[in-house]
Ligand binder design. Sequence first.
Ligand SMILES: *Cc1c(COP(=O)(O)O)cnc(C)c1O
Length: 396
Amino acid sequence: MSTESWGERYAGSLMNTFGPPRTTLVRGEGTHVWDADGKEYVDLLGGIAVTALGHGHPALVGAVTEQMQTLGHVSNFFATEPQVTLAEKLLALVGADPSTGGGKVFFANSGTEAVEAGFKLTRRTGRTHVVVAEGGFHGRTMGALALTSKAAYREPFEPLPGHVTFVPYGDADALAAAVTDETAAVLLEPIQGEAGVVVPPEGYLAAARATCDAHGALLWMDEIQSGTGRTGIWFEHQRAGVRPDVVTVAKGLAGGFPIGACIALGDAADLLQPGNHGTTFGGNPVACAAALAVIGTIESEGLLEHVTVLGQKIRDGLAADPRVTEVRGEGLLIGLDLAEERSAHVLATAMEAGFIVNNPTPSRIRLAPPLVLTEADAEAFLAAWPGILDAAWERT
Ligand SMILES: *Cc1c(COP(=O)(O)O)cnc(C)c1O
């Protein structure tokens, strides 16, 4: 069946929350995907920073298959090996220090659910005020939406949970002015993903830590997009050397299998007590086995180093064109500004040329490809890039 007739069936059967799909994808292999018309694309968006190992990676397929054959689901009345092993692994990667109370993990099934767990955890401090950044994105459920600044997302659903203050991202003084002794938490992305890959000035996260310490507030890093190796280190906040109290992860953690996690460190680890929160699927052994396979493959294939080197090469290549005014990001979380508001055209001409990219704003392009992106795919994209821009600039 053609992409066109799938599009019609989609429009007739799925709620129109996302607008019309760009095409219908039927198959993936490594970093390449194919649509229903047989057209091949290099996937430079990776399901929005999700398919860390690309499509069909044997380590991921093997782990999921084996776990499904061994034990597919239990309730949270029981422990499972993958769940416990993954929690321990995440705590080790985030640097939980047993001498300062270690840490604990709550597993969920998505980013927004990880954020809900974090939000409920902050309420258990006895305080309700949360300070978040303008341009930040934390999810679409009512709690996470209350912490997300974009008016178009929020306004149709007000009233949302209150006592949230928005401050300009990257402005340490504005943050310090907003936090009081009644503030439960400061929630920040260490790099803002949905805003178009916005990197804060050096020292911002350390200043946020100091502000939180001065008022007894929790520092909560939303690493749902930036974490799990995407930026060339396990968690982007580690670049700044800050120690958060709460870290939320999801997206790439299980390479495409639904998962989310709220990691709390030190005293914050014991804020949620029996009866305070729950989930049917969270901690599912198959999802946890998938995440362990992703983390193990990042380690065994040396992907952190690969991502660092390849990301720099891509940023340098993209910046060489004068129609690109700024390139930002770390590793394979890459954003760029176009000289004109032509990102929708660039997306379309990139797809015609066989590359999937994303346009978070009218003038910004974002790339978040699989961490296993090959040198050859990156070179092919950089070679095609000036032509993609030529075609986009010719459109009206
Ligand atoms: C995508 C994202 C979320 C929401 O995750 P979902 O899985 O879509 O619910 C939250 N925070 C950040 C930083 C994200 O990038």
